[in-house]
Design a protein. Sequence first.
Length: 320
Amino acid sequence: MERFQISMKEKDSVHVFAPATSANFICGYDVLGLALNEPGDEVYLKRVDKPGIRITKIIGDQGLLPTHPDKNTVSACVKMILDFLGKKNYGIEIELHKKMPIGSGLGSSAASTIAGLFAINRLLGEPMSKKELLPFALKGEELACGHGHADNVAPSLMGGITLIRSYHPLEVINLPVPPELCCSIIFPHVEVQTRAARQILKNKIELTDAVSQWGNIAGLITGLFTEDYNLLSRSLQDKLIEPTRSILIPEFEAMRKIAMECGALGFGISGSGPSVVAFTKGIDTAKTITIKLTELLKDHEIESNGYFSFINTEGATALS
């Protein structure tokens, strides 16, 4: 990767937001993802005279995240960019405000990674484009999760719906977002670790299931380009991952039944779970589904967080 000239004036401090994401888009395991309007993470960066990178405060993590600058994804990503641009002697103080649940299947580590990268890039006057930041985002995800996947970091950074066409070389494509496409997100307060959710997946699949999945992905992408909500609905089916992972999520089939009865286009797992997502045409339907699914879980004595959102087409943004 080439080094880039600083194109804007450097700043003394920045405050940025990076949105939560929903990976896989039901049928697009590890290749599709989308950004949400809420929740998300906020990061404050301040330039100081004393060299080095320091995390001065983390809010909202219940003490779960490391503050050592080499082990936290925000500070590690800041360090990567400073090293890459030859600014190792800069002094940076960091505040991370976690405004989304950890281990939720909503790209929590990705939001922190992207917030750190976007913030330091903006502090330095934006010498790099968003796409040029993506390889660093994969390294941040590898630090957090052990896997450098782009299906969360790409939409959090770039916004909208993204397709990871290739990792070698990395190629990320922004797909069209139909204007009325919305989603309802429910995060049940149960633990499903990403690594555990990967370990239970089958190593081999039936060719007929693979062909069906390819057809669904192609139909989904075609539906996005043509704004055909009926085609989207027919394509939002997962025959490969959901049958195995759904057993880890309480009341999964009951939630699906209610969501579809309320008019959802499709229903499935967000990322590796335990969050679930229902896609809708229109925000009112998404709001109704969110209310009903949180009520269902409450009836079964399961606490949850509920969100409803249009697709966030902006991605990471500066708040000040």
